[in-house]
Design a protein around this ligand. Structure first.
Ligand code: KG4
Ligand code: ZN
Length: 348
């Protein structure tokens, strides 16, 4: 079964072709056009600009994905489009394109939830191999959720953020420290410069780490960074500030990772998980990957740890096509004349 995936929920226009044959999964192509350099000029995604760029790119990107997959559009069995959550003006472009293709080519249409896409981005060579139940930590610019995956397509929300998403906290903290955009990668790069001596004794809170539930709160850490950084700026020399900046970045990253890892492991225990999944844009963070991998190995015996390939951590249509596959085999198709993008579509 060949599926064409389309993703345009935020600032990446992407299309991909996957082929699933007797359980074997092949990514025939994944093409991503990122707008990140454009939005960097504004320090964040400008929805109006994003939508215009999606309109320019969507058809050429789909063409490119089909060509790279050496696949004629007539060979496609179904079209999977991300229908939410995301920015409405961005989502509409992908959804309306998918609807037009579906009607004009008479191909089944599948609506895919962006979060389910991230969750299933950990599928690699084979489909259907995630050992269940699984606990998934989805961390992106817009979401921080712990999801219990009981079956493919059957999910339960076990925790979420009360305020900022993790990616958002990284982005805002990077802004305070003037590290550039996008903040996540910039901040983790800065953290690498820290010598680990922590000369200025920078210590940040680990909010809700012992709250006894699976919820998160990250806006307090960010505010703490703001106050401490403003204080340090009043007292330290330029040279000292350089050192303090790297230490602040490292401590911020560590604080966030500590909370994420602890809650995920606790959820793994409570729900007898056979797999721990880490996915979403922030899953590109190496410290988070390593600490969670270590904790799963040491504290959750015989539990598998799954995370996406680096190229699949950010928004991409490959993950949308994979999630689409599971709906296609259950014949869960959308009506191309009635499908609407839903910016607030929660998976669970
Ligand atoms: O999943 P994604 O590409 O888009 C959304 O669906 O939101 O996630 C983007 C988020 C941004 O906030 C970005 O700063 C963050 O992922 N991110 C990272 C890293 N790479 C990307 N955060 C921390 N460390 C990273 N290495
Ligand atoms: Zn995403």
């Amino acid at each position: 079964m060949k599926i064409l995936g389309i993703e345009s929920s935020c600032d990446e226009t992407s299309s991909a072709v996957i082929d699933v044959n007797q359980g074997k999964l092949e990514y025939l192509s994944t093409v991503i056009s990122s707008q990140v350099t454009v939005h960097a000029n504004y320090g964040g995604v400008v929805p109006e600009v994003a939508a215009r760029l999606h309109i320019e790119k969507i058809l050429p990107i789909i063409d490119e994905a089909l060509k790279a997959a050496k696949c004629d559009i007539s060979e496609i069995d179904a079209i999977a489009s991300c229908a939410g959550p995301g920015l409405i003006s961005s989502l509409i472009v992908g959804v309306e394109t998918a609807k037009s293709l579906s009607v004009s080519l008479n191909k089944p249409l599948i609506k895919v939830n962006h979060i389910e896409g991230h969750l299933l981005s950990v599928e690699k060579e084979f489909v259907g191999k995630i050992k269940l139940p699984a606990v998934a930590l989805i961390v992106s610019g817009g979401h921080t959720q712990l999801i219990l995956m009981k079956e493919y397509g059957e999910y339960e929300l076990i925790g979420g953020t009360r305020d900022d998403a993790v990616g958002e906290a990284f982005d805002k903290t990077a802004k305070i420290l003037a590290l550039g955009y996008p903040g996540g990668p910039a901040l983790s790069k800065e953290a690498l410069k820290s010598g680990g001596k922590n000369e200025f004794n920078i210590k940040l809170p680990r909010p809700m780490i012992d709250s006894g539930d699976f919820n998160f709160s990250f806006s307090g850490i960010k505010t703490s960074v703001l106050y401490k950084w403003n204080d340090l700026k009043k007292t330290l020399s330029e040279h000292q500030l350089e050192i303090a900046k790297a230490d602040m970045a490292a401590e911020f990253q560590q604080a966030v990772v500590d909370v994420l890892v602890e809650k995920t492991i606790q959820a793994g225990f409570q729900y007898n998980a056979k797999t721990i999944i880490l996915a979403g844009g922030v899953s590109a963070n190496k410290v988070l990957r390593e600490k969670l991998a270590n904790a799963v190995e040491k504290r959750l015996a015989d539990v598998e740890f799954r995370f996406p390939e680096m190229s699949m951590t950010g928004d991409n249509a490959g993950m949308i096509a994979v999630a689409g596959y599971y709906h296609a085999i259950k014949k869960e198709f959308a009506d191309p004349l009635n499908l609407s993008a839903d910016p607030n579509w929660e998976l669970v």
